[in-house]
Structures are given as structure tokens and as C-alpha cells.
Design a protein around this ligand. Structure first.
Ligand SMILES: C[S@@+](CC[C@H](N)C(=O)[O-])C[C@H]1O[C@@H](n2cnc3c(N)ncnc32)[C@H](O)[C@@H]1O
Length: 214
């Protein structure tokens, strides 16, 4: 995970962002101390932004691709109405186990359904137009696949957000398959007549895509 701004500014941004809930602070600490690859956790600024986007867009049905320990799932689910639902997909059993433990403890955790599966196999089985909001945060090589599947799964007017859209700056001069896949989605989103794109320099970059045409 790279940072679009210097680390001290990233820290400043975090310190000037209110925590959403004490359980999320605990999950972040737990992940840092007890789980492999803690740098994968999205964190407070991205989590708050996703929360706000779900809230302001009035999302009721949310899909997340790549749960890890469930930080962003909990942030987004907290923004949903009582009858709202969030489906999150994770292929790693150990990460899914930690996420489920925290979902059980969250008073709003009942809104979350975790599917232990490979998203590349699961997404094609889900119905078209069944989500208002999608957060993609899994294997970068599959970003072009998630982009097309995501557009199919989104309702018209819905939003899709891709994490790591700047990929540590490598999108400027992609040298491997992952950087090329991330850059390809950034290009597609801006030239696709079905979408409107906004690339934010938050943390490692967030590409926000609005579906404007079927
Ligand atoms: C960057 S982490 C997700 C971080 C999480 N969204 C958060 O807010 O903390 C990426 C996760 O995607 C999972 N993943 C990667 N490829 C996947 C796939 N094809 N299907 C399902 N999960 C996948 C990884 O195991 C990892 O837990």
C-alpha cells in the first residue's frame, strides 16, 4: 500500500478525522497486533469516507469485494438503514474468521453477510442491478473483471469505489500486471460512456465511479 501524500500529512488527516465507533478502533488494534498483513486494513479516513458516501447516496444494498478483517464492512454497514444489507466476499478463512467475530460483536453486525468464496467465482452468480454501492478492494489483477461485473451488479445511479487506484504511484508507469490492471480500470472509467469517474488522492487513491447509463 502506497500513500499519495507524505506520511506525516496522512497521519495529520487521520488525527483530524473522528473515529466512527470504539469497536472499529479495537479492530484496527487487534489486526495490527494479531493478524498477518495489517497494512491491508483500509483505516479511518477511507472507512469514514465510505461511510459518508453510503449515507449520502442513501445506499440500502452494498457489496464489498475483499473483506480482510472487516473494517470497511463495519464502516459501510453502520451507514445503512435497519433493513439495509451488506454482502462482503473473502476467500481467506483466517481473515473471515476474525471479521465474523467482530461482526457478531457489533450492534449493527446483523446487516452484514460474509461469503467465504473467491469473488471471481461468486460475482457472476449474483443478480444484475442488485446493489446501490460496491467497494472493490481485492486482488488487483482482477480489477478489470471487477469493473465489468460491478457495472452489471450496480443499479443505475449507483456508486462503485476502487481502493489503491494510484497503486503507490505505479499507475504512472505500470511495470507489472497489477499496476497495469489498476491503470486500465482508471482509463476505462474515464472513457466509458456508462460512467462518470472521480479519482481521489486519499491514502493510496480511491476511484469513485458512478453508473449513469445501463
Ligand atoms: C486489501 S484487503 C481488504 C481490506 C478491507 N476491505 C478493509 O477495509 O480492511 C484485500 C482482501 O481481499 C482478499 N481477496 C483477494 N483476492 C480475492 C478473491 N479473488 N476473492 C475474495 N477475496 C479476495 C484478500 O484475502 C484480502 O483479505
Amino acid at each position: 500500500m502506497g500513500l499519495a501524500v507524505p506520511p506525516e500529512l496522512e497521519r495529520y488527516a487521520r488525527e483530524h478525522t473522528d473515529p466512527l465507533h470504539p469497536l472499529l478502533e479495537e479492530l484496527e488494534r487487534y489486526t495490527r497486533e494479531r493478524v498477518a498483513l495489517p497494512q491491508m486494513l483500509s483505516g479511518r479516513t477511507v472507512g469514514r469516507l465510505l461511510h459518508l458516501l453510503c449515507l449520502l447516496s442513501g445506499a440500502r444494498r452494498v457489496l464489498e469485494v475483499g473483506t480482510y478483517t472487516g473494517y470497511a464492512s463495519l464502516c459501510m454497514a453502520l451507514a445503512l438503514p435497519e433493513d439495509g444489507r451488506l454482502v462482503t466476499v473473502e476467500k481467506n478463512e483466517e481473515f473471515a474468521r476474525v471479521a465474523r467475530t467482530f461482526f457478531k460483536r457489533a450492534p449493527w453486525g446483523k446487516k452484514i453477510e460474509l461469503k467465504l468464496a473467491d469473488a471471481r467465482e461468486l460475482l457472476p452468480k449474483l443478480g444484475s442491478g442488485s446493489f446501490d454501492f460496491i467497494f472493490v478492494d481485492a486482488d488487483k489483477r482482477s480489477y478489470p473483471f471487477y469493473y465489468e461485473e460491478g457495472l452489471r451488479l450496480l443499479k443505475k445511479g449507483g456508486l462503485m469505489v476502487f481502493d489503491n487506484a494510484l497503486w503507490g504511484g505505479e499507475v504512472l508507469n505500470p511495470k507489472d500486471e497489477r499496476a497495469a490492471a489498476v491503470a486500465e480500470v482508471n482509463e476505462r472509467a474515464r472513457s466509458d460512456e456508462r460512467t462518470e469517474a472521480l479519482l481521489l488522492t486519499v491514502r493510496d487513491g480511491l476511484l469513485v465511479v458512478k453508473k449513469v447509463l445501463e
